[in-house]
Design a protein. Structure first.
Length: 84
């Protein structure tokens, strides 16, 4: 993909989440900061919604909660109504 932004990253995570590939969605979230921050792009609140969706569909809410807890600490994203 020649130009990547938060929308393209979120679209990839949404596809993984919809197909029950929570590990791939989270792996992508893990790679996102390294690759995005160098270009001035950052994960947003939507990025985390797709990670929660993936874990929820996989029945791994405990893992999803770990990402939820780190969302505001590491990415400075405050939880919104969509996250609950």
């Amino acid at each position: 993909m020649p130009q990547r932004n938060v929308v393209s990253w979120n679209a990839m995570m949404a596809a993984y989440a919809q197909h029950g590939c929570e590990e791939k969605a989270c792996d992508l979230l893990g790679k996102m900061p390294q690759k995005m921050w160098s270009s001035g792009t950052y994960p947003d609140h939507v990025s985390f919604i797709f990670v929660y969706l993936a874990f929820s569909q996989a029945g791994s809410m405990h893992e999803g909660c770990k990402y939820f807890d780190g969302m505001s600490a590491s990415c400075r994203i405050m939880p919104r109504i969509n996250h609950y």
